[in-house]
Design a protein. Structure first.
Length: 165
């Protein structure tokens, strides 16, 4: 008795899986992209908080013409801005780990993974359109181009093959 008729359904299944493999990967990639959009929904915000962070509760409070940044109801920074705009890095647990705040004197990064938070000022007036968070830096797009803020130093980026996520 030949085994070819018995193996035919398995061979058909194998060829079908080879055909569907690219479609499965595309569906998985789309699902992951959707999930990252959902988790990154708070990436750009004008909300004042309070927000959960690894260091405690972050809140931005209007004080005359300035904003005061508070962690656990304690002031840790003050900045001038007409309106509040910040770009948040959200950790796996939903807490904000870092945020870049748009101020009148340029972007400021708060690293909220430590207490007290690390404050890094760019000291260059610029409008930030979007931010990509890297392990030790913030890469931002402005109308003037792409910039990196790392260890308190702002650097204009040149053409690169690096892909930022």
């Amino acid at each position: 008795m030949s085994q070819a008729p018995l193996l035919a359904p398995l061979l058909d299944l194998e060829s079908e899986m080879k055909r569907l493999k690219p479609l499965l990967f595309a569906a998985l990639a789309a699902a992951l992209a959707t999930a990252s959009l959902v988790t990154g929904a708070r990436a750009q915000s004008n909300a004042s908080g309070p927000f959960a962070t690894p260091s405690g509760e972050l809140q931005f409070v209007r004080d005359d013409r300035d904003f005061v940044s508070m962690l656990n109801r304690e002031k840790f920074d003050r900045f001038d801005a007409k309106t509040l705009m910040h770009f948040d890095e959200v950790g796996a647990n939903g807490a904000i780990t870092r945020t870049l705040v748009q101020t009148a004197y340029g972007p400021v990064v708060y690293d909220l993974r430590r207490n007290p938070p690390l404050v890094q000022r760019a000291n260059v007036r610029m409008t930030v359109k979007r931010v990509f968070w890297q392990p030790d830096e913030a890469v931002m797009q402005s109308p003037e181009g792409w910039f990196r803020l790392k260890n308190g130093t702002l650097t204009k980026l040149q053409a690169t093959k690096t892909t930022y996520h």
